[in-house]
Design a protein around this ligand. Structure first.
Ligand SMILES: NC(=O)C1=CN([C@@H]2O[C@H](COP(=O)(O)OP(=O)(O)OC[C@H]3O[C@@H](n4cnc5c(N)ncnc54)[C@H](OP(=O)(O)O)[C@@H]3O)[C@@H](O)[C@H]2O)C=CC1
Ligand SMILES: O=C(CO)[C@H](O)[C@H](O)COP(=O)(O)O
Length: 486
């Protein structure tokens, strides 16, 4: 490839990392008027393959990072799409060596936001701009229009914004590009991380709905595909519901069985869901639905434990009888639980914004998730409207529209969680979401008793409902109460 390496700066943007995401993003960029795209990959075979497969793209291939830098017009802009972690650090180091002050490095991978904060500061020290941008949409989104969540300095967005807007998905409602400057340094990757946490919850909820319809409703995969296709015409309309119907309908060519019955029931994960829950724990935000979805993947992978426990079971619970409205009950439980997952995700985004001083606009985030990304869904419009109405909203489920929606489905939701428990069908995210809702809705929580216990063994003190201050009871002595602070 070195013979074909560029001698002059002809490209206005470059992509480093030409695996699934990078190659498709590069093609997307090249398809937009006015763009000439430089491409570079550590292993040159990928570069050659891409350039040969897509002559129409007019790519400018580079064999070395130095050639890549030389092929870019100044100020240079490069989007990195490589493996998160050490791979990203290695490429940033190489680009920092080859680039000059004023150039922009964009990390479009799934980086941990704390890494992005660190990298942004280190790259800034060298006089370059660094933008951590979450990109969602998988292979098809990267090619035809992803949802893009850039962080980094606001001035970088002035250069980068128009390019990102040209390749982003367009919201079907108003045609606006699904990209916005989310906030400074790690804000973009933080929002992408939460997007993936919600993705985990949404996927697990749909999987629980399938399991209930199959094991208790007695429906076959193709019939459940029909149910999901029907649901996809209403409030639940979303990419994940749509693809679920397709997966359920798919028949294995060799065995002529539904593919879902042939896939090993152990869910993989690359880590973004775990990051979401770890971050939520460290910021004190209860994201129980998302956490249960991560744990559900974990449980599915504990094969020897699953086997060991299965062997101890002598009698399985009988399936509880289901009513004629069972399918509709599942739909309502799914919708209500989904609202909780998004409510928890937005709580986490707002907590991150407060902790890191990011001016994140939750309504704008909901808007850029309306198309292109994996969690795209019709009801994101409603979320955007809720935050536009009340940017300081305490919780999404305190918004009048969502409060009414959840209240409408709550009886069905309770029936589904109870029926699942009585029948021995695990529905961890349905259950955790309902418990979260009931906790927020309760007049009193048993947290009062927990405070009593904490004071008993650790003199941790408690507040009183009838007086200000902190109190301690002398539990091991005369049990008299004293006020320890005002
Ligand atoms: N796949 C998806 O659906 C999505 C992925 N992402 C994120 O986008 C990024 C790219 O994902 P994907 O396309 O799936 O590719 P992978 O995550 O599989 O990464 C492969 C790419 O990283 C390069 N790479 C790995 N280590 C290094 C290194 N030390 N130095 C230089 N290059 C290195 C590889 O180069 P080589 O060919 O030489 O091995 C290859 O180009 C990741 O951060 C991923 O998390 C985001 C959204 C969706
Ligand atoms: O970022 C994504 C979509 O938005 C990726 O598809 C993500 O890697 C999927 O995560 P996991 O492999 O953990 O299920």
């Amino acid at each position: 490839m070195s013979e074909t390496s560029p001698a002059s700066a002809t490209a206005n943007i470059g992509v480093v990392g030409l695996a699934v995401m990078g190659s498709n993003l590069a093609r997307n960029l090249a398809s937009r008027e006015g763009n000439t795209v430089a491409v570079y990959n550590r292993s040159p075979e990928r570069t050659t393959q891409l350039v040969e497969a897509h002559p129409e793209a007019g790519f400018v291939p580079a064999a070395t990072i130095e050639d890549f830098a030389a092929s870019l017009q100044r100020p240079r802009t490069a989007i990195i799409m490589v493996q998160a972690g050490a791979g990203t650090d290695a490429v940033i180091d190489q680009l920092c060596e080859a680039f000059e002050p004023g150039d922009i490095i964009v990390d479009g991978g799934n980086a941990l936001y704390t890494d992005t904060i660190r990298r942004e500061a280190a790259v800034r020290e060298r006089g370059l701009h660094f933008v951590g941008a979450g990109i969602s949409g998988g292979e098809e989104g990267a090619l035809n229009g992803p949802s893009i969540m850039p962080g980094g300095p606001a001035e970088s967005y002035e250069t980068l914004g128009p390019i990102l807007e040209s390749i982003a998905a367009r919201a079907p409602e108003d045609g606006s590009p699904c990209v916005t400057h989310v906030g400074t340094d790690g804000a973009g990757h933080f929002v992408k991380m939460v997007h993936n946490g919600i993705e985990y919850a949404d996927m697990q909820l749909i999987a629980e709905a399938y399991d209930l319809l199959r094991r208790l409703g007695g429906l076959e995969p193709a019939q459940i595909a029909d149910v999901f296709a029907e649901w996809n015409k209403g409030d639940l309309e979303s990419y994940l519901i749509e693809i679920t119907a397709e997966v359920l309908r798919h028949i294995d060519a060799e065995t002529e069985k539904p593919i879902v019955d042939l896939i090993v029931d152990e869910a993989g994960m690359k880590g973004t869901g775990t990051w979401t829950v770890q971050t939520a724990l460290s910021l004190g935000v209860p994201v129980s639905g998302i956490a249960e979805a991560v744990f559900a993947r974990g449980v599915s992978g504990r094969t020897s434990q699953r086997q060991a426990v299965r062997e101890t079971i002598t009698a399985k619970p009988e399936a509880a009888p289901v009513s004629a409205s069972f399918v509709e009950d599942v739909r309502q439980a799914l919708y209500a639980s989904k609202v909780i997952a998004y409510a928890q995700g937005f709580d986490l985004i707002l907590a991150g914004a407060e902790e890191y001083n990011w001016a994140i606009n939750p309504g704008a985030v909901a808007k850029i998730w309306r198309a292109g990304c994996i969690i795209r869904a019709r009801f994101l419009n409603r979320i955007a409207e809720a935050y536009d109405r009340a940017p300081e909203l305490d919780s999404l489920i305190a918004d009048p529209y969502f409060a009414a929606e959840v209240a409408k489905g709550v009886d069905a939701w309770r029936r589904i969680v109870a029926t699942a428990a009585l029948s021995g069908v695990p529905a961890p995210v349905f259950g955790a979401s309902l418990a979260y809702y009931d906790s927020l809705a309760s007049d009193r929580l048993p947290a009062a008793l927990v405070q009593g216990q904490r004071d008993f063994f650790g003199a941790h003190t408690y507040g009183r409902v009838d007086r200000a201050g902190k109190f301690h009871t002398d539990w091991s002595g005369d049990r008299r109460e004293q006020q320890v602070s005002s």
